[in-house]
Write a protein that binds this ligand. Sequence first.
Ligand code: BGC
Length: 391
Amino acid sequence: MKKTMKVLSFALALIMILGLAACKGGTSPGTSPATSPETSAAKSPAANASLKVGISMPTKSLQRWNQDGANLQQAFQAAGYTVDLEYAGDNDVPTQVSQIENMISSGYNVLIIAAIDGSALTEALAPCKAQGITVIAYDRLIMNSDAVSYYATFDNTLVGKLQAQSLVDKLDIANKPGPFNFELFTGSPDDNNIHFFFNGAMSVLQPFIDSGKIVVKSGQTQESQVTTKDWSSANAQSRMENLISQYSYGPKGTKLDAVMSNNDSIAQGVAVALQNAGYTADNFPLICGQDCDKASVINMRNGFQYSSVFKDTRTLADAVKTMVGQIAAGQTVQVNDTSTYNNGVAVIPSYLCQPVAYTIADIGKLVDSGYYTWADIGGDKGTLPLDGQIK
Ligand code: BGC
């Protein structure tokens, strides 16, 4: 039995090495398959069973990673792959490292990893290349590692741009004299994504800051000044509370027009601080976010968050499933970005899915596409204060 497994995993490693060799140089979307039709990705589930796919997710405490994990597991199981899905406690780096090490020593052929700390996996992944294990960085880039073959994510710069643009458009900053008071929040400093989210947002906001139309009273406009460890709502709430007391923001105090928040868990913490400061739905500062978390969609229906960037995790799971199918079949892996994501060792061929900005008007789309039921997001349409604006 052990011997058969060894032969099998060797054969698979070989298939994958051939697959990876086939992708070198030909990574643009739509490039034709590098192999013959017999090695087509549309293998039967039974044929796929010998491919072992390890999925490593950062935490169960944030809705999106539960969805991502479930979508990936379901997609790979449906295709017949052997799947191991692990969550690293609540963003616990040593747990993630040891789960990945176990997958490697248990003969997993493909690892799909959403890193907690993008720079903490170099050692754990060191054996992958020699063992023919394909590593796909999922959503967050894994830094300083030669083991990373592909990166599947959303267009993260566009996420930041959409967030900031939603605030600028709603306040009509281009046409109104202002000044508009903003505060800025980005995510965890160990997540490589924040550079893209924050820079994307600042590419929209900076010209208005430079012209004086947007004022950040705290003066905290550098990424390193506005991070939120672990993307935690509690950390965001406490920083917002400090800003409120230092600059007297409040419905009767200093006007606060908007908070640029790079995701929903931060937006939710900021919203609590603003509610505690006396803001209500009719005077609430605009807050943007990302993920269309259930709690944030409910906040949008209640008037406590203005927008959220929707990243359909089903699309990302499908993109990764396609990648793995192409790898297993020795086909060219389709990517659509070969220049943006340098992990310190190489530019990683990436597949970027498209994000889209949602406001209250768009919430019905989440239900129509089957992403949520009305019950998931606060009950039937028509029950919450801003529901009249849902199209
Ligand atoms: C993801 C976001 C998520 C955040 C917190 C980021 O890397 O791209 O979708 O909100 O992590 O988990």
